[in-house]
Design a protein around this ligand. Structure first.
Ligand code: DGL
Length: 232
């Protein structure tokens, strides 16, 4: 059994990719909308919230846990790994490496305030940026929560505000550094047409496969069931 979680509907975009690549495993998805937004919480609050989810997954027999959330990955995956050494954790980080490796010149990274300020995100920029590339880190206050509430009007207003200072920057790629954002690809492209939208879901799915291939820990006769727990 593989546990996948996020602060609501965001991680479903990651779960989809994993199930497509690995359909013969059983999954539980925990959509923690009750605690959304994660991106505006302290590290201590986040560690408490995510530890509770991990405990529930453990009780259900999960051996692999996918943190389908950039915020929880960049702010507390390290601590979760230390705390639960018997489990395998796979996280998701903004696809900054993908943008740099594909030679995009002006990349805008959209993510929650907590992800943007994290050490991990800043390391990703430092380790991958080349001299002819520019990367703009843009904290998107309230956006994940508006997506969770499906508030179309607020999403539109927030996107206008987010992009207003970057219209003349020749942006050629946008990193969707929060798993909620792939749900609004169409709305983003309406504001900034002709850009490549990059997210990390396929990379996460491939990493789950690599872990499964290298650790014989799950029975191979699972039925391929997905159970969705939405916490309101
Ligand atoms: N979907 C999450 C992420 O990838 C968190 C959104 C939130 O709850 O702030 O960062």
């Amino acid at each position: 059994m593989i546990g996948v979680f996020d602060s609501g509907i965001g991680g479903l975009t990651v779960l989809d990719e994993i199930v497509k690549l690995l359909p013969n495993y059983n999954y539980i998805y925990y959509g923690d909308s009750k605690n959304n937004p994660y991106g505006e919480k302290t590290d201590e609050e986040l560690l408490n919230i995510t530890s509770n989810i991990v405990e529930q997954f453990k009780k259900r027999g999960c051996k692999i846990i996918v943190i389908a959330c950039n915020t929880a990955t960049t702010r507390c995956m390290k601590k979760l790994k230390e705390k639960y050494q018997d489990l395998i954790f796979i996280g998701t980080v903004p696809a900054i490496k993908v943008a740099c490796d594909n030679n995009f010149k002006n990349t805008l990274v959209m993510a929650t305030p907590a992800t943007i300020e994290s050490e991990r995100t800043n390391e990703l920029v430092k380790d991958n940026i080349r001299t002819d590339q520019k990367i703009y880190l843009v904290p998107c206050f309230g956006l994940a929560n508006a997506i969770e509430r499906k508030d179309k009007k607020e999403i539109k207003t927030l996107l206008k505000e987010i992009f207003k200072d970057y219209k003349d920057k020749n942006i050629d790629s946008i990193v969707l550094g929060c798993t909620h954002y792939p749900h609004i690809k169409k709305e983003i492209l309406e504001e900034v047409p002709n850009v490549a939208l990059l997210d990390g879901s396929l990379g996460v799915a491939k990493e789950v496969k690599r872990k499964l291939d290298s650790n014989y820990i799950l029975p191979l006769n699972e039925k391929g069931k997905v159970e969705i727990l939405k916490v309101l």
